[in-house]
Design a binder for this molecule. Structure first.
Ligand SMILES: [Zn+2]
Length: 281
């Protein structure tokens, strides 16, 4: 018998995963979701899609063990650091649970709230990938934590942890959005508030929220996902169109801000992404 099948928290987070697993919010295996109690974090496995999750798919993690990650002095070499983090994360997976936890699991762990829904929502990325995104975020969402771009994975988690002061809305430059809530409706209400406010900004600037410019064959490097999935034949054109729409929307906030060569190099050589790519066609 699978005990996870009868956990009501997992029914709620599965429903939210499907709701926020549409193309408006994520592409391919992008985004992740979680539910937690004091001792356990259930998180989306790496290399799966939000839309395809079931209550049984979630990886159960021991939060005490996961918290040990925050105590380590990480190696300065990025591949040694990522390997250590991967081992510690695997060690925190509870007996009887299978799957490799999402690399963003520690970030879910530090967020307040029972439910956390992280997506790469295009409407939001029109602001996160814009030159004046930080100023727009401060003006429109004073309750949000804005996090300047850092490499995803452990570095990002530690950066958010250093800055977080209980915010339930975290907006990541050139990446996406984290929303936490005690109920599904709290998560939904925050998403709707953010999206409605941004749609109003685009309308005010005379910018359409559907693609009006011709998208190039390959996606521009606006977020890590646009680098990762550009190599997938099935996802390449959708990512190119998404990046083009982000460029169009970013005009409301001073124009697009692309990831630089160093940031792109990290993504291209990151083992976690290589793993994720092998799982998502
Ligand atoms: Zn993400």
């Amino acid at each position: 018998m699978n005990l996870q099948a009868s956990n009501p928290l997992l029914d709620v987070i599965t429903e939210l995963s499907h709701e926020f697993g549409t193309a408006e919010y994520v592409k391919g295996g992008g985004g992740n979701t979680s539910a937690k109690t004091t001792d356990t974090l259930w998180v989306k496995p790496s290399g799966t899609t939000l839309a395809g999750l079931t209550p049984e798919s979630f990886v159960a993690m021991d939060r005490k063990k996961l918290a040990q990650l925050f105590e380590i002095e990480p190696p300065s070499d990025s591949s040694a650091r990522e390997a250590l983090v991967k081992d510690m994360m695997a060690d925190a997976v509870k007996p009887g649970s299978t799957g490799r936890p999402s690399v963003e699991a520690p970030l879910h762990d530090i967020m307040p709230g029972t439910f956390v829904v992280h997506t790469h929502c295009t409407i939001v990325n029109g602001m996160t990938c814009a030159r004046h995104g930080a100023a727009a975020c401060a003006r429109l969402f004073p309750d949000a934590l804005w996090v300047p771009y850092v490499d995803p994975g452990f570095t990002l988690c530690m950066e958010v942890r250093r800055r977080l002061r209980g915010q339930r809305l975290v907006i990541l430059e050139n990446h996406g959005i984290f929303v936490a809530g005690e109920s599904a409706n709290e998560v939904r209400a925050t998403y709707h508030r953010v999206i409605d406010a941004l749609r109003a900004e685009y309308a005010k600037a005379g910018i359409a929220t559907e693609l009006k410019i011709v998208s190039p064959a390959a996606p521009e490097p606006v977020t890590p996902d646009h680098i990762v999935y550009s190599k997938k034949p099935k996802l390449g054109p959708a990512m190119a169109a998404d990046a083009a729409l982000i460029r169009q929307l970013a005009n409301a906030f001073g124009g697009v801000r692309l990831l630089d060569d160093r940031a792109r190099h990290f993504i291209e050589t990151w083992e976690v992404e290589a793993y994720r790519q092998t799982r998502i066609l």
